[in-house]
Design a protein around this ligand. Sequence first.
Ligand code: ADP
Ligand code: ASP
Ligand code: MG
Length: 423
Amino acid sequence: MARIVMKFGGTSMAGSERIRRVAQIVRSQADAGHEVAVVVSAMAGETDRLVNFCREANPLYDPAEYDVVVASGEQVTSGLLALTLQALGAKARSWLGWQMPIHTDKAYAKARIGNIDAEALIASMQSGEIAVIPGFQGLSDENRITTLGRGGSDTSAVAIAAAVKADRCDIYTDVDGVYTTDPRIVARARKLKAVTYEEMLELASVGAKVLQTRSVGLAMKEGVKVQVLSSFTDENAPNADSIPGTMIVSDEELEKMELENEIVERQLITGIAHDKNEAKLTLTRVPDLPGAVSNIFAPLADAAINVDMIIQNVGRDKGETDVTFTVPQADLVRCTSILENAREKIGFNRLISDTKVAKISVVGVGMKSHAGVASTMFTSLADRKINIQAISTSEIKVSVLIDEDETELAVRVLHTAYGLDAE
Ligand code: ADP
Ligand code: ASP
Ligand code: MG
């Protein structure tokens, strides 16, 4: 017998029929003798709908009220799943974020989980009751509801798994594991049997939305065993206990699996991700002087705007230079207005923004000890006449910024170039 946290995403919860399938999967784990807590997302599309209502009500919405609105999607599905489980004859109840409670900071719309009072939850699970928990939501110390940022139910699930010391956290979604790249873009993407926390963290942070970045960081920190698998299965599908999905594991665990021949030798590149949610900004004719760059980025940091790629061109004759960088598209309006307000202090000429860009990244721990990964990327893209607008690297990642229209082509070309295509 194990203690398991199961999480179901939006497509898994989209409508009565899907929820019935989820209830069957949950029930089969409870029937196998496990103690079960379930974390659910809102129905697919529901959070987008609610976000739009907020924007229509007030474009400069108060994030605390936004949270009141957008947290409601998960309240509906948690109640519906508890009802459906009861209809199947199982004992189940819902636990809203404030009822446990799941404590968070007060960064409304992107709150971070602090601690979770899980005692009552554990007692209920031990009594054989299935706990159904709405993902995405928590409670601030101002006693107001918070949400954890888009895709946050993954993080709720991992945090609850850590709080109840679960043996496993199974993340059910609409694909049956983590692939070498988004299987919706590359039909020949390969499913990975296991991927390390470090690589998954990097893949998630550069756009592989199968897991929210924070959920992976938390799982790594707390040592939570995470499995990604599909809820779109029939009754004869293998049970989650046989690990049919992708396990997120430590480096040591992966090495052990390799030694035991459970997985074939690792490739240099583990995966490729794309992100169409970045915007590129260029400030022209910035003075080429000490402090100039700081005048640009300090106010953005103060506004908690995350700057990713940065390029400063070589200074021109007149002691001026252009500075180009990327920010999340969602922050573009705020970013532009901050820079316009600081125009005099920074002393730039023009501010040019471009949202028709995409960031393509290749990730793999193998590149720590291998040269040539970046050059393969640049050559393969050049062969297809794909122009690179910016580059950034980390120890296990190379990212390039390209025209958004070339996203799919670039991902496919690189997938082939690194030998990742399935037979
Ligand atoms: P959920 O609603 O269950 O949280 P998401 O839409 O957030 O699901 O994440 C699942 C989606 O992630 C898949 O449908 C797939 O298109 C996308 N995805 C992107 N990169 C990958 C990858 N490397 N492996 C698997 N899925 C990926
Ligand atoms: N419903 C939320 C969202 O769409 C949280 C989640 O599904 O993980 O972002
Ligand atoms: Mg998700």
